[in-house]
Design a protein around this ligand. Structure first.
Ligand code: FPP
Ligand code: MG
Length: 434
């Protein structure tokens, strides 16, 4: 059954290898990203290794890494510190630990020579087999300032990717995957990416622990980027994801205001939650990519990246919330296009954009939302009200508005293949069917 679903599913891609596709040039980078990501997740425990790699083995849209890669390419060479970043990248080894490997890895038979058996007594005297000459970058930035002949902005740099930026793309995908492992436990979802969800296959306890393990590995990789601002940005996304999930659980209970006041308040919470659980990772991921490329405070590039990711992320989630209503599968059962159950939001008690708009047209929706669609027939009634209202249509218009704002902020970027890709992404996000 699960193999059949995978075969029937379209590849979940927002790009194709066709030469007309403005995102096609990313294909080799995304391939490298995937192949070099799996070793970051290896553990001494085979079940944990299998679980943490599980979602990475199924088709994914990779939208978060795509944003990171495109913003890197679109802004590299523009920032004041680009020459220094380029110079530093020359002797950078992102896989070389900042602390001795046999301490960092604890115990991992897959990492021969850099892990210690517990049968050994740990000696203070460093063994020659485990020395790790730290790279110059790991303790202090290179003392040499870029000479006049150092690289400056050129077309070549414009499409250039630094190893730190590729690693950042992997880190954001790791964070996203960790959050999905937790989300599928919280939502009790049976399916993800066209296959049984991690909790269905491995159980809830392992899925929660696996998500935490991925966060740990992502944090190690984040530290190795050696950029305090990026560490701060990405760490704050982890808190945002949790805040978004908690906000989503909040009841809509403002009994003292009329329907208009209640829906307004519900919209405020809904959009805030949408930023926290979806757009924050895209916005701060894009901003981090630009920081790694040497853009500084006072230059406009970081804010462009953040504004793009924030607006696109909200548009992306609004479309996700529409697709849940447009699913033709029986609520709760597998939708072959989405690769997960359709109609899940109402079952989970969630009032998203389409339901909130429907509330403005049908006041009786307020009661259903208030009791989280838990009464007999509530889910069916709410679904019918949404379909009789203009809720889906208006949510789509709102998504288009956010996507259009994402596109507008790109105006100040110089022309490039990557900029075209970022523009194309705003259109693909609004037009997507899965
Ligand atoms: C999918 O939403 C879920 C998210 C975008 C974020 C989930 C965040 C957490 C569970 C907090 C924990 C975070 C970390 C980093 C461990 P959805 O349920 O609307 O979409 P779906 O239909 O794809 O499941
Ligand atoms: Mg979910």
């Amino acid at each position: 059954m699960h193999k059949r679903i995978i075969r029937l599913l379209p590849r979940h891609r927002l790009y194709s290898s066709s030469s007309n596709d403005p995102l096609a040039h990313l294909t080799p980078h995304l391939k490298t990203l995937r192949t070099t990501l799996l070793p970051l997740l290896t553990s001494g425990n085979p079940t944990l290794s299998e679980l943490t790699k599980y979602y990475f083995l199924h088709p994914s849209k990779h939208i978060r890494p795509v944003i990171v890669l495109l913003f890197s390419q679109a802004t590299n060479g523009l920032g004041r510190s680009w020459p220094r970043k380029l110079l530093e990248s020359k002797d950078l080894d992102l896989d070389r630990p900042l602390t001795r490997p046999d301490v960092l890895n604890d115990w991992n038979p897959a990492m021969q020579g850099s892990t210690r058996e517990f049968e050994d007594v740990f000696l203070v005297k460093p063994s020659t087999a485990h020395t790790y000459p730290p790279s110059p970058r790991s303790h202090s930035p290179p003392s040499s300032t870029p000479s006049p002949s150092s690289p400056t902005l050129s077309d070549h740099h414009h499409e250039h990717l630094l190893p730190t930026q590729l690693r950042l793309a992997q880190i954001v995908e790791m964070l996203h995957t960790a959050s999905l492992l937790h989300d599928d436990v919280i939502d009790a979802s049976p399916l993800r990416r066209g296959a049984p969800s991690a909790p269905s296959k491995f159980g809830s306890k392992l899925s929660v622990l696996g998500g935490n393990f991925i966060l740990g590995r992502a944090s190690t990789a984040l530290a190795r980027l050696g950029d305090a601002e990026v560490t701060q940005l990405i760490a704050s996304v982890i808190s945002n994801l949790v805040e978004g999930e908690i906000l989503q659980m909040r009841d809509v209970k403002d009994k003292d205001v009329g329907v208009e006041g209640k829906t307004k308040n519900a919209w405020t919470v809904y959009l805030q939650k949408t930023y926290l659980k979806t757009a924050s990772l895209m916005a701060k991921g894009a901003r981090s990519a630009v920081v790694l490329g040497g853009c500084e405070e006072g230059e406009v590039w970081k804010d462009i990246a953040y504004a793009y990711g924030r607006n696109l992320g909200i548009a992306f989630q609004l479309i996700d919330d529409i697709l849940d209503y447009e699913s033709t599968s029986t609520p709760g059962s597998a939708d072959l296009t989405l690769g997960k159950p359709g109609g899940a939001d109402l079952q989970l008690g969630l009032a998203t954009g389409p339901a909130l708009y429907a509330w403005e047209e049908f006041p009786e929706m307020g009661e259903l939302i208030g009791r989280k669609f838990e009464g007999p027939g509530d889910v069916e009634m709410a679904r019918s009200l949404v379909h009789r209202s203009s809720g889906v249509h208006r949510t789509k218009l709102l998504a288009k508005e956010f996507a259009e704002k994402a596109k507008e902020v790109l105006d100040e970027l110089p022309e490039s293949v990557a900029k075209n890709g970022l523009v194309a992404l705003t259109e693909k996000v609004v037009g997507r069917r899965s």
